[in-house]
Design a protein around this ligand. Structure first.
Ligand code: PDD
Length: 286
């Protein structure tokens, strides 16, 4: 079955969807994005993603392509047209193009490009990968200084994933000035003596929508949380570790740089948080 995608006001079969070769998203990575998960055919935390999208656009002085209600309608329609029960909706807004390549931004009346597509991922919630837990490596964080803006500059995160694969692992955590920033496409946490430790929000990391929800749920479940900088060595000595993202929810981490955490299987806090997150998110889905 061919996917129906959305491009600038039109719902089209994926092979017919077109964006200009002069689009600034294509030429300059001048674009921002969001990934929203779908469970039971419904959107998880749409509101959070819409608010962050608005913030990313504002930070880059990029025009909003449409209203939040229109965005919700497009998300829902794509989920329905593509029969997605479990999966993801990818959304990208670029600064568009005025028909040529120029480092200078086009005039303010240039229309942004808005593209959305779905990814069907049966078994996203009941994931075998989450039952096994992820093995990660640490690599230097050489990304730009505004990681709080969700831009499509994903070359280095992609390279990081490839470095992890080559090392026989699943993912990489990024380290800057001796401290872990985040994962290639997720926020990073470890647990020591029952306390969850994660880096505080700043321009150095993406303000994860899943992070916000999981920390709220952990606090509600009386779990202890500390937001502070941490080193990869501290994480290697942890009882357990995990990551959070819209695409993998709460993912246990069982190994860091070849060092097994705890007994080398997903830890109890990560497993519990995954359950709570999935349960509560399903209830609140729209
Ligand atoms: N990535 N940090 C980075 C660098 C990310 O790319 C992501 C998400 C997160 C987690 O944010 P959230 O909980 O809002 O998904 C943290 C998405 C899933 C992606 O690029 O596919």
């Amino acid at each position: 079955m061919t996917r129906t995608v959305y491009v600038n006001g039109e719902y089209l079969p994926e092979a017919e969807a077109k964006v200009s070769i002069f689009d600034r998203g294509f030429l300059f990575a001048d674009a921002v994005y969001e990934v929203t998960s779908v469970l039971d055919g419904k959107l998880i935390d749409f509101e959070g993603h819409a608010v962050r999208l608005r913030r990313s656009l504002d930070e880059l002085e990029m025009a909003e392509p449409c209203t939040k209600d229109e965005l919700l309608e497009i998300h829902r329609r794509l989920v329905e047209l593509n029969g997605i029960e479990e999966g993801l909706v990818y959304l990208q807004v670029s600064r568009g193009s005025d028909g040529d390549r120029d480092f200078v931004f086009p005039s303010a009346d240039t229309d942004p490009s808005l593209v959305l597509f779905t990814q069907n991922k049966p078994g996203l919630a009941d994931s075998p990968a989450a039952q096994k837990g992820a093995k990660i490596i640490s690599i230097e964080d050489i990304r730009w200084g505004r990681r709080d803006i969700k831009t499509v500059q994903l070359l280095y995160p992609s390279m990081g994933k490839m470095m992890a694969k080559k090392a026989g692992c699943d993912d990489a955590w990024l380290v800057e000035d001796g401290y872990v920033t985040e994962g290639t496409s997720n926020n990073a946490y470890f647990v020591k003596n029952g306390k969850i430790i994660t880096r505080p929000l700043s321009n150095d990391i993406l303000h994860g929508i899943t992070r916000k929800a999981v920390l709220r749920m952990a606090a509600e479940a009386q779990m202890e949380i500390e937001e502070r900088l941490f080193t990869i060595d501290e994480a290697k000595e942890a009882d357990e570790a995990f990551t959070t993202s819209a695409s993998a929810f709460v993912m246990p981490v069982v190994e860091i740089d070849g060092v097994a955490l705890g007994d080398g299987t997903p830890g109890p806090i990560a497993k519990r948080l995954r359950e709570i997150y999935l349960d509560e998110s399903r209830k609140a889905a729209v």
